[in-house]
Design a protein around this ligand. Structure first.
Ligand SMILES: Nc1ncnc2c1ncn2[C@@H]1O[C@H](COP(=O)(O)OP(=O)(O)OP(=O)(O)O)[C@@H](O)[C@H]1O
Length: 982
């Protein structure tokens, strides 16, 4: 209900605003409920708040996938939903004529890419970029896609080719558990966190059947082998072998039950990822036979024992640090193999076991870790310098990292050789990129710099693609507008990788100079050399040397301490040489003894080639990757973790918001805002804003609308659109009035028109224009409300007056009716009384007459003759008549007559029968001398009259007394006498 427009109650104002906001939201959303919105670009307006609300509503309604333009947002359900990933559903999406019309799903993206490949429209190759923070579901999504392609891209041809294809698909799928066992670990954020980035190329032949795949990995977190954060774990494979090995294998690998290893923290935590048998099975399918597998596991066990070697600090710098006796392994003598030269060797068990398992001579292994060799001079003279304890630890860790990294790369190459098809057997590919999401921790170093650098690159790629998609939509709608002014993240990329000076180049230079690097020095260098960059910041309050990079997803502070060392990733050449001496078949393969081969780990001083730092290697592989991506049609899946606890049905808005920022969706929203974030269909636009036409000036021409020129297209293909055109034109004509009304006195005229475009089917407007339209609408509604209120008040007034008149009329009518009724009743009663009265009077008269007649008759009957007959009688009567006044006078004389005498005189003169005192009463005055006051005939019976007061004015005065009516018994008598007298 509209509020009374002139009633300014702040609370009701607030409510009204809220109501209008909801109303606008409802309009912008259309008829659809928020959770039913499949595409975030349909959320209107595209703001963070609405996007969040929409995602939350969908998540709570168990709708985990939502489109966001060319991106699919995948919310992690944190609960198994088998029916959401069933082969039947895969086939349904595959068979659908328009899969994009089905509910958003990872299969829609899968099918879309597959059809694009089939359509052979350039670029034929497709890529799917799956990003998100740790635990958001990237690996799950990539696995899902691989399963999808394994189902839909299977060969329907002959049974034989079908079998081959199935075997390849199985191998591709089997690569997952192997890579996850060696490359994933349990972290604080995800129990099965991938510690590397990967790009999987699914290769398709001309018939779009999957014939093979290739895997490329990025930035394996090899430091995890030797160093794990508390509450985190090492790579899964270490736990798998410790928990899943058979008794025999335990003996072979020197892994007694319950043994404690420094590099195996939290072994008591059991995860479903600790499935040794699955890994072994998958390795077998990939062509890694059991002896090779055993060899791998033996080497891994050797690494665990290597980690148990602890050095004691040496008091004499010239003496190497000695390994401490380890007390960690229980019942050593019980399970140690007899091949260990136990009794002869003074070395601790961990050194002996490690060297045995790694196929290295014990003393050489120990010496290499303890003593640094330096070659100097032209003759390459060798100097040996015992390392301090910390360096011994570093060298030991470095040895383990070196072995593990090589082993991982080797595994990837084995997987590739197992699943990769011959180059001539495939023509197109679909790439799946599963990369780390943007990272920002309290302590960020080179790893985060590389990851965020990659994310910046991918974001730039994404933005370019998104803008292209936006631009295409504008073109379809006939809009001539471009995002030329949009600033992308090039400035940030220039800061990180630009030429000639950038953060990367400065760090690399520090490595090349091969001088002792100081963290503070590096900070100063970066700050002075890159001072002009808008994306470089510095936290002056920070005590530790650092610099801030303002990434698209937010600012990140990187510590400069250790940055150069990490970038060098130095591998002492003695370590490589040591491993080249290994007798272990696997290590021999990983570290071949080829003097001509220059390994990457060769020290910089001995090579004229530019140093291959971590950053430069990463940059090279990133460029390669982007080249591949640029040659494909990209598709994006943004995985979002609704909460950090991994709980189902829990949506923490703040956490989701930061991820939306990190995955660039917020950026997309800002890009939308730079264009026309609000799109309304012509129909809806007219329905909502047609009332604005009331604001249009009444002059026929009216002010010319600046919007009409760029406004509606000249041609309207549909008749409905044609019908809407004049209405939209009318609305557009009101815009100058609106802008004028909204302008504050200081605004310049040209600043006012807010941008707006009419496309072929939609009206494209900006936020400011929406505000203006809504303002105008509110204004018109207010006018209407006032008008309605005035009309209503007038109407109510008239109605009330009419009702009052009608009520009076009814009251009068009822009153007169009641009066009539009452009078009728009174008339009837009066008639009855009158009749009774008349009857009574007649009767009385009759009785009186009868009595009088009786008295006379009696009187005359006592006389000897009748009046008529006897003259004596007549004379007597005449005498009486003549005398009775005298008698009365006598009776009334004041003097000398007693009361009784008076009565007697009256009786005598009136000839009243003396014997019947009950019939007449004679009243004398109280003073007996006063005479007779009245003579009354006593009534025969009593008569009562009960009269209520009449509502009628004259009802109680009826009947009309007549001057002749008899009103008392005396009168009857007197009348009688008078009559007689007459
Ligand atoms: N669609 C889904 N359905 C059910 N569970 C899921 C789904 N997606 C993810 N999960 C759950 O979330 C966990 C984390 O997912 P995943 O390992 O794919 O995250 P990630 O983004 O690859 O993390 P990281 O970057 O650390 O490797 C999975 O182990 C799984 O339990």
């Amino acid at each position: 209900m509209l509020q009374q427009v002139n009633g300014h109650n702040p609370r009701s104002d607030g409510q009204a605003r809220e109501y209008l906001r909801e109303d606008l939201q409802e309009f912008l959303d259309g008829e659809v409920l928020l959770y039913q919105l499949d595409d975030l670009t349909r959320v209107n307006p595209v703001t963070l708040e609405t996007v969040l609300r929409c995602l939350q509503a969908r998540y709570m309604a168990d709708r985990f996938y939502t489109n966001a333009g060319c991106t699919l947002v995948a919310l992690n359900p944190f609960k198994p939903i088998p029916q959401l990933y069933s082969p039947e559903l895969m086939r349904e999406y595959h068979a659908a004529p328009q899969p994009q019309k089905l509910k958003p799903h990872v299969f829609t993206v899968g099918e879309q890419t597959y059809r694009n490949v089939k359509s052979l429209i350039e670029p034929v190759n497709q890529s799917i970029v799956v990003s998100g923070e740790s635990g958001a579901g990237k690996t799950w999504t990539s696995r899902c896609l691989m399963k999808f392609y394994a189902v839909v891209a299977a060969s329907p041809a002959s049974w034989e080719t079908h079998k081959i294809a199935e075997r390849i698909e199985q191998r591709i799928l089997n690569s997952n558990p192997v890579m996850e066992a060696f490359g994933n670990a349990c972290t604080l954020r995800n129990n099965n966190s991938s510690r590397f980035g990967k790009f999987i190329q699914l290769q398709l032949n001309r018939a779009q059947q999957m014939t093979g795949a290739a895997v490329q990995t990025y930035l394996l977190e090899k430091t995890r082998v030797a160093c794990q954060a508390s509450s985190e774990r090492n790579f899964h494979i270490f736990y798998q072998i410790c928990k899943g090995a058979s008794e025999d294998e335990r003996l072979q690998w020197h892994l007694p039950e319950g043994a404690a290893f420094s590099w195996l923290p939290n072994p008591e935590r059991s995860l479903e990822e600790d499935c040794f048998e699955v890994t072994r099975e998958a390795m077998l399918h990939l062509g890694i036979d059991t002896p090779t597998q055993n060899n791998i596991f033996k080497v891994l066990a050797g690494l665990l024992h290597l980690g148990n070697i602890q050095f004691a600090a040496s008091e004499d710098e010239a003496q190497p640090c000695q390994p401490m006796d380890d007390a960690k392994l229980p019942h050593e003598e019980d399970w140690m193999e007899s091949d260990l030269p136990k009794e002869d060797s003074p070395l601790p068990g961990s050194v002996r076991t490690a060297s045995l398992l790694l196929g290295l001579p014990e003393d050489v292994l120990l010496e290499t870790v303890q003593i640094r060799t330096i070659r100097a001079g032209r003759q390459q003279q060798v100097f040996r310098k015992p390392c301090p304890r910390a360096e011994c630890d570093t060298r030991r860790d470095c040895l383990a990292k070196l072995i593990y990294a090589r082993l991982f790369d080797w595994l990837v190459s084995v997987i590739n050789s197992s699943i990769c098809a011959d180059t001539d057997s495939w023509t197109t590919f679909i790439g799946l990129l599963d990369v780390y999401g943007f990272e920002s921790f309290p302590d960020n170093s080179l790893e985060q710099l590389c990851i965020n650098y990659a994310n910046e690159k991918l974001q730039q790629h994404f933005v370019a693609h998104y803008l292209r998609a936006q631009q295409e939509e504008y073109a379809v709608e006939g809009l001539e507008w471009s995002f030329v002014n949009y600033q992308d993240n090039q400035a940030c990329l220039d800061l990180i990788e630009g030429s000639p000076i950038s953060i990367c180049s400065l760090i690399n230079e520090e490595c090349r100079l091969n001088r002792p690097s100081s963290a503070a020095q590096l900070q100063t260098r970066i700050e002075t050399a890159l001072a002009g960059s808008p994306c470089l910041g510095h936290n002056k309050l920070s005590r530790e040397p650092s610099f801030i990079v303002v990434h698209y997803a937010g600012p990140v502070r990187y510590h400069t301490a250790g940055l150069v060392e990490k970038n060098k990733d130095p591998v002492p050449p003695e370590l490589t040489r040591l491993l080249q001496q290994s007798q272990d078949p696997l290590l021999m393969g990983l570290f071949p003894t080829n003097p001509k081969e220059k390994t990457q780990e060769e020290p910089s001083g001995q090579s004229r080639n530019p140093v291959l730092t971590v950053v430069s290697k990463f940059k090279a592989s990133l460029e390669q990757l982007l080249q591949v991506l640029h040659s494909t049609t990209p598709h994006y899946i943004r995985c979002i973790k609704p909460n950090s606890q991994g709980q189902a049905q829990t949506f923490v808005q703040e956490e989701v918001l930061s991820q939306l920022e990190a995955c660039g969706l917020v950026e997309t929203i800002h890009i939308s805002a730079a264009g026309f974030p609000i799109r309304i269909s012509h129909q809806n636009f007219v329905e909502r804003y047609k009332l604005l036409r009331r604001l249009r000036p009444h002059t026929s021409s009216g002010p010319h609308s600046p919007y009409t020129a760029k406004g509606l297209p000249e041609w309207c293909p549909h008749s409905e659109e044609a019908m809407l055109e004049p209405l939209i034109q009318d609305i557009l004509h009101t815009l100058p009035v609106l802008t004028q009304a909204a302008a504050t006195p200081g605004d310049s005229a040209e600043a006012m028109p807010a941008p707006m475009h009419c496309g072929r089917t939609k009206v494209f407007i900006t936020d400011s224009m929406l505000e203006l339209l809504e303002c105008g609408r509110a204004q018109v509604l207010e006018q209407c409300a006032r008008c309605i209120q005035g009309g209503w008040r007038r109407h109510r007034h008239r109605e009330q007056a009419r009702q009052r008149r009608a009520a009076m009329l009814i009251q009068a009518a009822i009153r007169s009716w009641l009066t009539r009724k009452h009078i009728q009743r009174l008339h009837a009663a009066a008639t009855v009384i009158k009749h009774a009265w008349q009857k009574w009077r007649i009767r009385m008269a009759y009785l009186a007459a009868k009595e009088l007649d009786g008295v006379e008759e009696k009187h005359f009957s006592q006389a000897p003759c009748s009046l008529s007959t006897s003259p004596l009688q007549t004379r007597f009567l005449e005498a009486i008549i003549r005398l009775w006044p005298l008698g009365l006078v006598l009776a009334n004389t004041a003097m000398g007559v007693s009361s009784f005498q008076r009565k007697l005189v009256v009786w005598a003169c009136l000839h009243l029968p003396r014997g019947s005192p009950s019939s007449y009463s004679v009243q004398t005055a109280q003073q007996d001398q006063a005479g007779v006051t009245s003579i009354r005939a006593l009534p025969q019976g009593s008569i009562k009259f009960h009269c209520r007061k009449s509502p009628l004015r004259y009802a109680d005065i009826c009947p009309e007394p007549s001057p002749y009516s008899v009103t008392g018994f005396n009168q009857i008598l007197l009348e009688r006498h008078r009559l007689i007298h007459m």
